[in-house]
Design a protein around this ligand. Sequence first.
Ligand code: PMP
Length: 395
Amino acid sequence: MPTSTFDYLNEELERLRKEGMYRLPTVWTSASGPWMETGGRKLLQLSSNNYLGFTGHPDIQAAAIEAINRYGAGSGSVRTITGTLDIHDELERELADFKGTEAALVFQSGFTTNQGALSSLLGPDELVISDELNHASIIDGIRLTKAARAIYPHKDMDRLEQLLKENGGRKRTFIVTDGVFSMDGDIAPLPAIVELAEAYGAYVYVDDAHASGVLGRNGKGSTDHFNLHGRVHVQVGTLSKAVGVVGGYVAGADVLKRFLVHKGRPFLFSTSHPPAVAAACLAAIRLLRKSQPLIDRLWDNATFFRTRLQEEGFDTGGSETPIIPVLIGQPDQTADFSRQLMEEGIYAQGIVYPTVAMDKGRVRCIVTAAHTKDDLSFAVEKIVAVGKRTGVLKG
Ligand code: PMP
């Protein structure tokens, strides 16, 4: 094959490199946790979604090992053929009970949950109205459908109402929102969304990827946080962030589950989770039920860290949760800030265009319950040092 065959790909990659948008993953040689090793150095980890430190919890690890010993490494097939084990069912019953819904259905990831659920729930008879800052998996799920679509400016309830009024004659309308927005760390105005939905007869679909294990009693999510039980039609959660393993799920009515079993394409056409994953998730959800003190610690850490950064003069945007962005600016400035932090012993990833707007590049910090106050003070000290050196902090 001539080397020029992929010139067009190289050109695009070069463009990304020039604009500070080229990504190379950092390779870690230690377990996920507040301090992690790469290239023989220990760095303070401020980019992981391991909110409660569950990835390394001994009970969860033991459950995974036991499941491997009992069932082997893989499940062998998609769920509807031979890929459903009793622990897959048990996990779904546990999730439904935890969320207070009739049923739950697990997908291979949070991404495929949104993709599979939205692409099958929405068709030419539906209108979907989506917050402009919803996650990529929501955007992709909607793109796969023939539904009419409308985007409202971030959390703009007036615009949402206007779109509900205009409707366009579709039979059903779905309002789709993240529960916690992944790049800004702010919380969706779910009570207002639910009220509008009820006034206009729309369905509410909330993606609680960053609210699972974080918001609500014992981390039940944003529906519980706002006491909206029975008023949110589709609750999506992840098993890969606070739960510490991998996967996603839809919690809701039994009919919703049965429909998605028949129509959710990732569920139907991709092999189910390995037994170790299902068992680890089951152990993690059971643990979550007793984890309020750990969740309180997570929120205490988040408030401490955000307040300290604001006191030093940083802009943390609309953050209200353990996701705390430090706004920097253009992609190259942001990439440089993140690189300098790494030299100082802090791993906090730069998030740049196209994930966020061109001038809204940020170092996205994620605080966990496993961080100590000393860890977080160390991080603030280093962020301030880099802030002064780069001119992001004036004076
Ligand atoms: N939804 C949101 C809001 C997310 O932030 C993410 C993770 N980046 C996902 C869905 C996808 O979840 P997962 O990583 O489990 O595929």
